[in-house]
Design a protein around this ligand. Structure first.
Ligand SMILES: C[S@@+](CC[C@H](N)C(=O)[O-])C[C@H]1O[C@@H](n2cnc3c(N)ncnc32)[C@H](O)[C@@H]1O
Length: 255
């Protein structure tokens, strides 16, 4: 996605607005309607197969000798902590950290431009409860202690359309058990998307993944709970401004 026409300095201070030309890029390929339909049986079977066979330990071996950034130490000074995974330009962490100075917000993005701009911006701001990491969230999260977060958010992940790429979707990912264990009891895992198929797969994962059984309970499944002015991410602002329906799924860790 290209940046909105606002300057980078404005990216966090106002809700991004998009030109008509930019809004034409915002498309939804699979219809989004509630209640969500279940994924087809062959898709369910594919998901279960991947969950059974792929472990996070094997997946993260590729980072054994690679650089993985350290988690900013100040994060642990806060009792309440949130992490936005694949945060893009970091709008959610920025906004919420301003509203809740007693809570810590960490944004992680691996994108070359988004991730490095995020860090520059956070360094300039010097806001004590706002943290950013430029890197791949998988090895970062894999190394974090369990029960680190009160909120984990995944806003508008790449749908990875072609079937051959489906294992890159969060609903197939071997990080799912770790995402669940990273939540504190009562903590929430939030995912938003404009794609009906993506939300259906994620809902199925939250309901049927062996690591979620008896551990997660549904908190909300429906249209996004914000309007355009309160958009929590750049993708959300674009989809909502374009008038495309977006959905939100929240599961809470019981405890
Ligand atoms: C479609 S964009 C959405 C960005 C933002 N969440 C939003 O809604 O505006 C997906 C983002 O996730 C990031 N991403 C995907 N996989 C990631 C990973 N494993 N670790 C860190 N960032 C990741 C990409 O770099 C990209 O910025």
């Amino acid at each position: 996605m290209t940046e909105p026409t606002t300057s980078f300095e404005e990216l966090w201070s106002t809700t991004p607005t998009w030109t008509d030309e930019e809004l034409k890029e915002a498309v939804t390929q699979s219809p989004l309607e509630f209640p969500l339909s279940e994924p087809e049986e062959k898709v369910q079977a594919a998901m279960r197969k991947v969950w059974d066979r792929h472990t996070l330990e094997r997946y993260v071996q590729r980072w054994d000798d690679a650089y993985v950034p350290d988690v900013p130490g100040g994060l642990w000074d806060f009792d309440w902590r949130a992490c936005d995974v694949g945060c893009g330009f970091g709008l959610f962490a920025f906004r919420e950290s301003g509203r809740h100075p007693e809570r810590a917000y960490l944004g992680i993005d691996k994108g070359t431009r988004r991730g490095s701009k995020l860090l520059q911006r956070i360094e300039t701001l010097q806001r004590p409860n706002l943290f950013g990491m430029h890197g791949n969230a998988i090895p970062i999260l894999a190394r974090m202690p369990d029960e680190s977060f009160d909120l984990l958010s995944l806003f508008y992940p790449n749908p990875w359309w072609p079937t051959k790429h489906r294992k890159k979707r969060w609903s197939y990912h071997p990080i799912i058990p770790k995402l669940i264990s990273l939540l504190k009891p009562g903590g929430e895992l939030l995912l938003c998307s404009n794609e009906g198929f993506y939300l259906s797969e994620w809902l199925f994962a939250m309901q049927h993944h062996p690591a979620a059984k008896g551990v997660l309970e549904e908190a909300y499944v429906g249209p996004v709970t914000v309007d355009w002015v309160e958009s929590r991410s750049h993708f959300e602002s674009k989809f909502l401004q374009a008038g495309l329906p977006c959905g939100e799924i929240r599961f809470r860790k019981v405890g």
